[in-house]
Design a protein. Structure first.
Length: 126
């Protein structure tokens, strides 16, 4: 099963979890569901990036190096944002700041992937 399908499933599971949390008054479950929806959307988009990258390459090329780090960095940033917002919602500053740290780590990973990708382009032009 590809990442686009897995992402859609994760989003649907997250929505169910969120609604269950709302129904029983469990904020942790509700926010966990929201986090799963964000993760699902990012996973779906990573699958789209991979598909588009393979199409551009004209072959079945695995997403490695720069493209992989870019997608994983975006996922880490999204997870960090959800963690930050959850921390704010429940008044847990440690979780809030942990989420901010994860966002920074994700940005670094994404930029590292961009450098790898751009470096490969430069190597091919010389």
């Amino acid at each position: 099963m590809d990442d686009m399908v897995k992402g859609e499933l994760k989003k649907a599971e997250g929505k169910v979890k969120e609604e269950f949390g709302k129904a029983v008054g469990d904020r942790s479950t509700e926010w966990g569901g929201k986090a799963d929806q964000v993760k699902g959307e990012v996973q779906k988009r990573a699958g789209e990036l991979e598909r588009d990258g393979r199409s551009a390459a004209g072959a079945d090329v695995p997403m490695t190096g720069g493209a992989g780090d870019i997608a994983r960095g975006e996922l880490r940033k999204a997870e960090g944002k959800v963690k930050e917002e959850f921390g704010k919602a429940v008044g847990d500053r440690s979780t809030e700041w942990g989420g901010k740290a994860d966002q920074v780590k994700g940005e670094i990973q994404k930029r590292s992937g961009e450098i790898q990708r751009d470096g490969r382009r430069d190597e091919g032009t010389n």
